[in-house]
Design a binder for this molecule. Structure first.
Ligand SMILES: [Zn+2]
Length: 356
């Protein structure tokens, strides 16, 4: 996709174009910003623009048609290395960085990026999920970061600077990506033909918090239905824990056997809940939340009989955010869910947040 189709990050395009034109492109970049705003897409477009066969790299504009452009888009270009956290792991395994025990330093990213570029131009590695890089993984990268091979480019994609180890942070140029605006999310939904009408695009974009990934999730009507059902459950969270475990379990089971899809659904339950308590908190503070959607109506109904104060809503929100991190850390899902329901009910009941 050309730069014109990547919305919201024009400043970053300009910045890279200037560096390339001046011949001052750094060798390691750390892309940070919320999930689902297009950081990885940006990294891939940058790789295409640098490797395009037809256009000079100083233009930083991929033609989109040559073999190199197509190979980068299809993740088959010999000069582009992709590394990400496997679905069943909580960290990026060192094997992906330095090879397995039998092939230490003769395989993996650190070895491959030091090879001469096949195209004669750049060797580019994109490490996704860099929030999941542990100390051991970071140590493996250290030599590559300190003495980057000529014509090499390492792009680390994470969510925040604070989540990175100091050794990585201090050796990278930070590139920040902000959340998308609501009209940008709408535009992307329409362009990707994820929704049928402008009205649906607007409705979904309003719920997406500036994340196209989240918007695409809600473009699936099943997800929207679950969001509504689960929000109604949260309004009166006093049924027995097995009831909630069953509702969430059914939703997760619908994803099939794929571990990463199941995890994404579990995480989504916590995200919906986090949003719910965040909006409760705003409402309890007497502030008007934007939008008059169905969730807002539920929240206003509930605020009327909520006696716990905004701090209880804040504690619930915090517990949801913690659960999101635990899903990312690959905690056992059944246990995680059980503890989360229990903690939430304790918080709500102890403070008598919901009067009868
Ligand atoms: Zn091209």
């Amino acid at each position: 996709m050309p730069w014109s189709e990547i919305l919201g990050h024009d400043q970053n395009v300009t910045r890279f174009r200037q560096s390339v034109t001046l011949g001052r492109l750094a060798s390691t970049f750390l892309f940070v910003g919320p999930n689902g705003v297009g950081k990885r897409t940006f990294a891939i477009e940058l790789a295409r623009a640098l490797l395009c066969d037809r256009n000079d790299d100083a233009l930083l504009e991929a033609c989109g048609h040559c073999q190199a452009c197509q190979q980068v888009a299809a993740s088959t270009h010999p000069d582009v290395i992709h590394v990400s956290r496997p679905a069943d792991k909580s960290v990026i395994p060192v094997e992906l960085l330095i090879g397995d025990r039998d092939h230490r330093m003769s395989e993996g990213l650190c070895h491959d990026i030091a090879l001469k570029p096949y195209s004669g131009r750049y060797k580019i590695a994109i490490i996704d999920d860099v929030d999941c890089l542990n100390q051991e993984g970071a140590n493996c990268l250290l030599k590559t970061l300190e003495e980057p091979p000529p014509r090499s480019l390492l792009i680390l994609v994470g969510t925040s600077e604070q989540r990175q180890l100091p050794t990585i942070r201090s050796r990278s140029q930070i590139v920040r990506f902000g959340a998308l605006s609501q009209p940008q999310v709408e535009q992307l939904l329409m362009r990707q033909q994820a929704v049928e009408s402008d009205a649906t695009a607007a409705e979904i974009a309003a719920l997406a918090n500036g994340s196209i990934a989240r918007a695409l999730l809600y473009a699936d009507p099943e997800m929207m239905t679950f969001r509504q059902e689960w929000s109604r459950e949260l309004v009166d969270f006093r049924k027995t824990p097995p009831h909630y475990a069953r509702v969430v379990g059914d939703f997760v089971d619908q994803a099939g056997k794929d571990a990463s899809l199941r995890r994404a659904r579990m995480k989504h339950v916590f995200e919906i809940s986090a949003e719910f308590y965040q909006r409760c908190m705003v409402s309890l503070c007497g502030q008007q939340a934007p939008g008059g959607d169905a969730l807002q109506q539920l929240i206003e109904q509930m605020s009327g009989r909520w006696t716990g104060g905004a701090e209880v809503a804040a504690a619930c929100l915090e517990r949801c955010l913690e659960a999101i991190e635990q899903v990312d850390a690959n905690a056992n899902q059944a246990t995680l869910l059980e503890c989360w329901i229990d903690d939430l009910q304790q918080l709500l009941l102890r403070q008598n947040a919901l009067s009868s």
